[in-house]
Design a protein around this ligand. Structure first.
Ligand code: ADP
Ligand code: MG
Length: 694
């Protein structure tokens, strides 16, 4: 239960003065529904109104506060023309401009013949100074109504700076002191303010330095967030560990059968990873292991062998993939191997409905099915196992921590293996998983040829299309990835449709297939099947092909507007080719004009294929916790901490959390109780729920 003293922070934003339902909805979109969300919504810039020049000296483009005499109103009879007010000081004249200005109101606040303080942005028009829509107009006696330095908040469409400012400052009124949860020595060492002071200071910057992630107030807040996160992870981890795991040590017969069927030998790192996984499974503790391996490094076979280990012990195993296509592909590639081993596998996705679904669930509950493969559908409540021993979650960064826990709750002492192709830098792994054990597939299966990557100006589209024509004449298959024009999926998909129509005219409809996110899953599958085994040689796609799909004959990839993709995404996409024996080429089409970062990204991607190098570079270039795209990454949504700047704090929070849990596992000490408040403050309620009430 959330403590009473936090209630004001979790009140709806509409309880703040001046916030009704309409503004409330916009604020929710911008920051969140609760008062606390506004406190976390920190200013990005400042407006410094301390600049007080004379009219003649006022620099164009700068915000200035001027002392002016109001000379004359020039109202406009035409609504399209502004109401103008001529003002002056001893140095010269300036015109205040009001579009759609209310004459009565303007006459009242700017009475002719009187002096006023006016603050706003200076502009020049035909070499005369103007100030359109001043931010402040005050009598000289009311100078304190004009803030010297004003924070500027990130906005969203429909919300003005003033409204956001007012709402945030309404939220600040609600600040009440909370008992200190940080270690006093640590606090002193860094000379950090208390939590409530830190919040207040962060919202009242006095200069640009106060906006830096390294300012004391922001560091303190970032540390609070990181600590809450690490503590929550550590508590969950404790809980999982405490539920006794079971020892799974199969006799190896099924695995032997499958390994005999493989047309290849396992790589060194596959064997190492398997040894680590088998050891975990054999141990009393529950396994919680991350298998990191670049695209094409062969994670699937590792997963299958681990699952067979569980099956050999009479347990069931589940494999969860983030998309329908991937789940089906796993199913198709595992089926022949499972048949050879003589075990039953089944697939379950959102597409399975009615009777067939019921049958699948029955076979699962009776234990007839040994391995179940599927999508999120596996998390549903009515999916009940006879005896689930191992859950494997593929492309894990698409799932949240909670979903992971949800599936491991479907059995007793379930071991969990999560797999990701995203080579996550170490600091990010810690943020996302706390102390998860990690295995890495660092070598690729033998025989892979390097991919040639070229960056080409899109003006040369014709040449590229001709080259693609030559490639398909030789029998190659080609991925054609369409631009992420804007954040909107709609334009994304329109561009793909257009390219599809275009290429179909060129090469004939039967040779081109189209797949995008707005198609029904049956249509998507049909298109994929056409590309994998049908007549289609070109697959025009949006980023739905990003993860996992395996088509060894595909040797060319064209990516339009490559500059709009992130490094990690380009790397993932490119990983679709170069899987077979053919020489592969990746063509990155770029816009004629590029930003500095875009140029750098394309350079990195064309120079290396090493996922870890790319990941580190990505972190460097994009800074921020954006690297994985928090929404998709399963990374907790960090609002105050930024791993690029707070990496050191992250490590300190990790150590701090472990120390706390070792000394005071139930958070019952004085500090422990205050840390509970911290967890609630950052909405890690689930982590506190399992503690004894303190
Ligand atoms: P990912 O790690 O991206 O999931 P996959 O498991 O899909 O990679 O493997 C990619 C391809 O490599 C598959 O066709 C798979 O059969 C093949 N493969 C896996 N391990 C080996 C190996 N040791 N030697 C050769 N090919 C392998
Ligand atoms: Mg895979």
């Amino acid at each position: 239960m959330r403590p009473d003293k936090l209630f004001p922070y979790f009140a709806d934003v509409t309880t703040l003065p001046g916030v009704g339902t309409r503004i409330g909805a916009l604020l929710e979109k911008l920051a969140g529904r609760h008062v606390i969300d506004l406190l976390w919504h920190l200013p990005r810039e400042i407006v410094d109104r301390r600049y007080r020049p004379t009219v003649r000296m006022a620099e164009s483009g700068r915000v200035a506060t001027l002392t002016l005499r109001v000379d004359k109103h020039l109202p406009s009879s035409d609504r399209r023309r502004p109401h103008r007010v001529i003002c002056s000081d001893e140095s010269g004249e300036i015109t205040l401009i009001f579009f759609k200005g209310d004459k009565g109101y303007l006459n009242r606040v700017l009475p002719e013949g009187e002096q006023r303080l006016v603050s706003g942005r200076i502009e020049y028009y035909n070499s005369t100074p103007q100030m359109p829509h001043p931010d402040f107009i005050e009598p000289l006696s009311n100078e304190e109504a004009i803030p010297a330095v004003e924070p500027v908040y990130p906005l969203t469409a429909g919300l003005s700076a003033k409204v956001v400012f007012k709402a945030v400052h309404g939220a600040l009124e609600k600040l009440v002191p909370l008992e200190e949860w940080l270690d006093p020595a640590y606090l002193t060492k860094h000379d950090w303010p208390s939590w409530q002071d830190a919040v207040r200071i962060a919202h009242h910057p006095e200069g640009p330095d106060d906006l830096l992630p390294t300012s004391k107030a922001r560091q303190r807040l970032a540390y609070d967030e990181l600590l809450a996160n690490q503590l929550a992870l550590a508590l969950m981890r404790e809980r999982i560990k405490k539920q006794a795991g079971r020892r799974f040590q199969g006799n190896g017969t099924l695995r032997q059968k499958v390994i005999q069927q493989l047309p290849f030998d396992l790589t060194g790192s596959q064997k190492e990873a398997l040894k680590e996984i088998y050891d975990d499974m054999a141990a009393e503790l529950r396994m919680l292991r991350l298998l990191q391996g670049d695209v094409g490094s062969g994670k699937t076979i590792v997963a299958l062998l681990a699952m067979l280990n569980a099956v050999e012990c009479g347990q069931q195993a589940a494999l969860v993939a983030p998309t329908e296509i991937l789940a089906r592909q796993h199913y198709d590639s595992i089926r022949p191997l499972a048949q050879a081993a003589g075990i039953q596998i089944a697939v379950l996705t959102g597409r399975n409905k009615g009777k067939a679904r019921k049958q699948t669930l029955e076979d699962l509950a009776s234990g007839q099915t040994n391995i179940l493969i599927g999508t999120h559908a596996l998390f549903q409540d009515d999916v009940i196992y006879h005896d689930l021993g191992l859950a494997v979650i593929d492309e894990q960064h698409r799932f949240g921590v909670h979903q992971r826990l949800a599936i491991s709750a479907k059995g007793k002492g379930v071991d969990t293996l999560v797999m990701t192709a995203t080579p996550i830098p170490r600091t990010l792994t810690m943020t996302a998983y706390g102390d998860l054990d990690v295995s890495r597939l660092y070598d690729k299966p033998p025989g892979r040829k390097p991919i040639k990557t070229v960056v080409i100006n899109k003006d040369r589209m014709e040449e590229v299309i001709s080259a693609v024509g030559r490639k398909i004449a030789e029998g190659s298959k080609v991925y054609w990835v369409c631009p992420l024009v804007e954040e909107s999926e709609k334009s994304d998909f329109a561009a793909a449709e257009e390219r599809y129509a275009d290429l179909s005219r060129r090469f004939g409809e039967t040779r081109v297939a189209l797949v995008h996110g707005q198609m029904k899953s049956t249509e998507k599958d049909a298109a994929m099947t056409d590309f994998v085994e049908g007549s289609a040689q070109i697959l025009v796609a949006t980023t739905v092909i990003e993860v996992g799909v395996n088509v060894p004959e595909a040797s060319v990839m064209v990516i339009e507007h490559a500059e709009n993709f992130g490094l990690a995404q380009l790397h993932q996409l490119r990983g679709r080719i170069g899987r077979g024996s053919l020489e592969s080429t990746c063509i990155l089409l770029r816009a004629p004009q590029l930003s500095e970062t875009a140029r750098e990204r394309l350079k990195v991607i064309s120079e290396t294929e090493d996922g870890f190098v790319i990941a580190e570079k990505d972190l460097e270039l994009r800074g921020a916790g954006e690297v994985l795209g928090t929404r998709q990454s399963g990374l907790p949504d960090m609002r105050l901490a930024d791993i690029a700047h707070h990496g050191e704090l992250m490590k300190a929070a990790y150590d701090d959390a472990r120390l706390v849990i070792n000394r005071d596992p139930q958070l019952e000490s004085e500090r422990g109780k205050n840390l509970r408040v911290l967890l609630y403050l950052f909405e890690r309620d689930a982590a506190v729920a399992n503690l004894r009430s303190g």
